[in-house]
Design a protein. Structure first.
Length: 211
């Protein structure tokens, strides 16, 4: 479920204190101290981007591992520049190239021509840098929203959670009040409380992950 909350100005609010992001800690460490944490944090996002390129679920798992290997080898070279190169954009370039190389290799070795890999290769090759930027942002917002929701939803009552999830497709408080047998005021309170906590969690995750 993609929670459409990412248009808020709070979503990308920068945190200027001295805490290190996960990426900074990973780059500053001399070993693989933070690598498992990175994988656990980012594999969902990488998977979503691979899927957005039209790759089937079975192949996604193999490509996910290929991407992680390439990130591990290249991460020391990455330099964060807010206006020029966000990590998620850099990561999406690696994902796109990995997917392209995978299917190009398949096409080159496809002697029987029983699968049309050439069309897949052509479609991925046509993905421009602006399109990569767009994919990076769209999937990042979806990824963070869902990750934040999974993190906080157990802090609220089952009824409040049901109301909030229903509000993603139904914005009319009167309709929701009738559906759940609650007053419109209670509906507003549920939505407001959860939304405020969720936005804070999105902002926290956005900083901590360093995307």
């Amino acid at each position: 479920m993609f929670l459409n909350l990412c248009s808020s100005k709070k979503f990308m609010k920068e945190n200027n204190n001295t805490r290190h992001t996960l990426l900074q800690k990973l780059q500053l460490s001399k070993g693989d101290e933070y690598w498992n944490e990175f994988v656990q944090s980012y594999e969902g996002y990488i998977y979503m981007v691979i899927r957005s390129l039209g790759v089937n679920t079975n192949t996604c798992e193999d490509l996910l591992q290929d991407v992680l290997v390439k990130v591990w080898k290249s991460l020391s070279k990455f330099k964060y520049e807010r206006e020029k190169c966000r990590f998620r954009t850099w990561l999406c370039v690696i994902i796109r190239n990995t997917v392209y190389n995978y299917f190009q290799s398949k096409a080159n070795r496809n002697d029987l021509k029983n699968v049309n890999y050439d069309n897949v290769v052509k479609s991925i090759k046509l993905i421009t840098q602006p399109e990569i930027d767009r994919i990076a942002e769209v999937e990042w917002k979806s990824f963070l929203s869902n990750k934040a929701w999974d993190s906080i939803k157990d802090d609220f009552s089952p009824k409040a959670v049901q109301v909030f999830e229903a509000s993603m497709t139904e914005s009319d408080n009167k309709v929701l009040a009738e559906e759940f047998g609650l007053s419109t005021n209670v509906i507003r309170v549920y939505k407001s409380r959860i939304r405020n906590v969720l936005l804070k969690e999105i902002t926290r995750l956005n900083f901590e992950l360093g995307g």
